[in-house]
Design a protein around this ligand. Structure first.
Ligand SMILES: Cc1cc2nc3c(=O)[nH]c(=O)nc-3n(C[C@H](O)[C@H](O)[C@H](O)COP(=O)(O)O)c2cc1C
Length: 219
């Protein structure tokens, strides 16, 4: 299976310290995936690598192959993936605006019928769980329904080093067991959805809503 791991922090400022705390959370997730789920193809999509225009123009709004090449490439990656891991900090009890903005550039038809897993973190004690609740709604609307087991990392700066390894006093196996619960759930659904997509093409069965509200089939 092919999974995309989205990292939703572009913050390059202090305070609060450290900047881009999410990099170490993403590295820890990748280390766990490579150690315990090595048979799958994993690719990191870092929101920092996708500087977006201040005026919002989603990928699907460009006509005739005129979309920026970086958006085209990312659309292809999303289309050819089987599932997603969405890593977000919590800002004002909400998901990262950088992650929401990046995801908003692509239509739900690229994400739909492929499951996702939610990973949140914070510098404080709640691990981004309020952001995670909102992410369930957001990802459901994109059609990449999130699995129930979520990952929250409170005080991530005290758990992971900058390279993603655990700090002294932390139990790496315990963290990987915790991560692994979500990733195992995700991969169960990813495999099930992938097999069923092959048997019955959902896009042939249920038309995408990509032009106007009448496509929702509401009477
Ligand atoms: C604008 C802003 C809002 C924040 N809001 C919250 C919050 O609601 N809950 C929380 O636990 N931490 C909050 N924080 C602290 C973040 O958890 C902390 O800065 C973390 O490092 C952010 O991740 P990042 O460095 O990868 O961007 C906020 C930080 C910023 C910059």
């Amino acid at each position: 299976m092919k999974l995309l791991v989205f990292l939703g922090t572009v913050r390059d400022s202090t305070p609060p310290r450290p900047a881009r705390l999410g990099v170490r959370v993403a590295k820890a997730c990748l280390a766990c995936l490579h150690e315990r789920f090595a048979e799958h193809e994993i690719e990191l999509i870092d929101a920092l690598d996708y500087p977006l225009e201040p005026v919002f123009k989603p990928h699907f709004a460009y006509a005739g192959g005129k979309a920026p090449a970086a958006l085209d490439r990312l659309a292809e990656k999303i289309a050819s993936s089987d599932g997603f891991i969405m890593i977000s900090p919590e800002y004002n009890h909400s998901m990262s605006p950088a992650l929401a903005n990046l995801l908003n550039h692509f239509g739900s038809s690229l994400f739909s019928y492929k499951p996702s897993a939610i990973v949140t973190y914070s510098a404080g004690q709640w691990g981004g769980m309020r952001a995670a609740i909102g992410m369930r709604t957001f990802l459901s609307e994109l059609g990449c329904l999130p699995v129930s087991a979520m990952i929250h990392v409170p005080r991530a700066q005290e758990v992971f080093e900058t390279d993603g390894s655990v700090q002294a006093g932390e139990d790496q196996a315990a963290w990987f067991d915790y991560f692994g619960r979500s990733f195992s759930q995700l991969l169960w659904w990813v495999q099930a959805a992938s097999e069923h997509r092959r048997q019955r093409d959902p896009h042939a069965l249920i038309k995408s809503f990509n032009r106007d509200p009448s496509q929702r089939n509401a009477p």
